[in-house]
Design a protein around this ligand. Structure first.
Ligand code: ARG
Length: 458
């Protein structure tokens, strides 16, 4: 059969070429947006007298019938159609006759697809943001339960200073808060209507682009028609925001994997979010966290694919641009799945405070506090640092920890040491003394939790 665009060409193409060219198997996702966009377009054409009011009504009724039938399953996508835009227009014309052919007045698939994609991604970003919020609730609740659970904080994956598990978790909550902000920001720039740009140059008809933009809840319209149909920077921005979100999820996953190993045993994941081994009966594997870590590479790939596909395209539309959809849809689907499994995985994990505490008791993570003790008694920090280092070395030799080294031994290094040093290097005291804003003290963690909860309420 000849294509709807048969004109100077016969419209008859090779079937393999047809398959290659076709995008309906993935752009059918945008059917709702395509129909909403067409309804607004028909209404505008009617309002401006470009078609009659009756014609506009017939088009809108026809489109609404197609929407109902697609939703109820009465109508199925025809995978032999070139894309979703052609499919809907074809069904419309079959159903309402020649009036259907008027829908595409003062419009092109180039502004149509740009419109559909912006609307589709706007909705999808809303779902991703809700899922990030759910994850943040799970993280914040866990942080609250564990605001006084002491464990070693690490640098270079070496035990560094005592922190609370609540403090550690809230670091991720802060990252996710910025992720939401980045997604919202991308939507703000994307929520500009391209419809009315037509093929690239605008149109000779007396259209009203603001009418359509308002109906479709856009904040404004693209002010250059070539830009309106050419750029997909919004896809790149969203893929980039999602890549950053995945980077955060991946680091979190890595820690979940480490913490649930026998070497750490800080947490146990719920059976619902782990798997067994087909050969080793004792195994409980953190597959979900590993997959999230792995899928991060996939989302980065989507971002690189988009950037690369667009880097050499002359303005305005080129068919290469059809490649935007699979990449950005894949990124959205992947991030959505990851978030859906991550939030309940965190909410249901068991925290082993005793194991955390035990780990905190070795590794001399209160050595900084020992140095601070001397500083408070007048010694310059560098000298105090050196003395504390020597004391740690002595403890190691004697297989003792700072808490068990006798006062006489301390006195060998400095007369400033008194009995009260032991209270100062007590782990809980070390944590509680870190009162600087954003620090690890329970009070500070409570303030962070309150800040994030307030932001989630807003
Ligand atoms: N399926 C196409 C895409 O996704 C729609 C736009 C087609 N425009 C054109 N001039 N061939 O980009």
């Amino acid at each position: 059969m000849a294509k709807m665009w048969a004109g100077v060409t016969s419209g008859v193409t090779d079937s393999i070429a047809d398959d290659f060219n076709s995008s309906i198997r993935f752009d059918c996702k945008m059917y709702k947006q395509d129909i909403a966009g067409s309804m607004a377009h028909a209404a505008m054409l009617g309002a401006k007298g470009i078609i009659t009011d009756t014609e506009a009504e017939t088009l809108i009724d026809g489109l609404s019938g197609i929407l109902d039938d697609l939703e109820s399953g009465k109508l199925n996508f025809d995978m032999t159609c070139e894309d979703i835009h052609m499919f809907i227009e074809q069904v419309l014309t079959e159903r309402i006759g020649d009036v259907g052919k008027k829908l595409h007045t003062a419009r092109s698939r180039n502004d149509q697809v740009a419109l559909d994609l912006r609307m589709y991604l706007r909705d999808e970003t809303g779902s991703i943001i809700s899922l990030v919020r759910e994850l943040m609730i799970a993280v914040t609740d866990k942080a609250e339960e564990n605001k006084d659970a002491i464990l070693p904080g690490y640098t270079h994956l070496q035990r560094a200073q005592p922190i609370t598990f609540g403090h550690h978790l809230m670091a991720y909550a802060m990252m996710f808060l910025r992720d939401i902000d980045r997604l919202r920001d991308a939507v703000r720039r994307m929520n500009v209507s391209p419809i009315g740009s037509c093929a690239l140059a605008g149109t000779t008809y007396d259209t009203d682009r603001h009418f359509e933009a308002e109906r479709l809840s856009f904040d404004s319209i693209c002010l250059n028609s070539i830009d309106g149909v050419s750029d997909r920077d919004f896809c790149v921005e969203l893929a980039s925001a999602m890549s950053i979100l995945m980077m955060h999820l991946s680091r979190f996953s890595e820690e979940v994997i480490l913490w649930s190993s026998w070497e750490f045993k800080y947490i146990t994941l719920s059976d619902s979010y782990t798997t067994g081994s087909s050969i080793m009966p004792q195994k409980k594997n953190p597959d979900m966290a590993e997959l999230v870590r792995g899928k991060t590479g996939r989302v980065y790939g989507d971002l690189m694919g988009l950037l690369t596909a667009f880097k050499g395209l002359p303005l305005a539309y080129n068919k290469d641009m059809q490649e935007d959809k699979e990449a950005i849809f894949d990124a959205f689907e992947t991030v959505e799945m990851c978030l859906k499994v991550f939030a309940p995985m965190i909410a249901t994990m068991t925290v082993h405070r005793d194991n955390m505490k035990r780990a905190a008791q070795t590794g001399f993570i209160n050595a900084t506090d020992l140095a601070d003790y001397l500083v408070r008694r007048g010694l310059p920090f560098r000298s105090a640092y050196k003395i504390s280092g020597q004391i740690v070395a002595e403890c190691m030799k004697k297989d003792l920890v700072l808490e068990t080294l006798p006062l006489e031994d301390y006195k060998k290094y400095s007369e400033l040491f008194e009995e009260d040093l032991y209270a100062d290097i007590d782990l809980l005291a070390c944590v509680e003394k870190r009162i600087s804003e954003g620090g690890t003290s329970v009070k500070s963690v409570e303030a962070q939790i309150e800040y994030v909860r307030e932001a989630l309420r807003a």
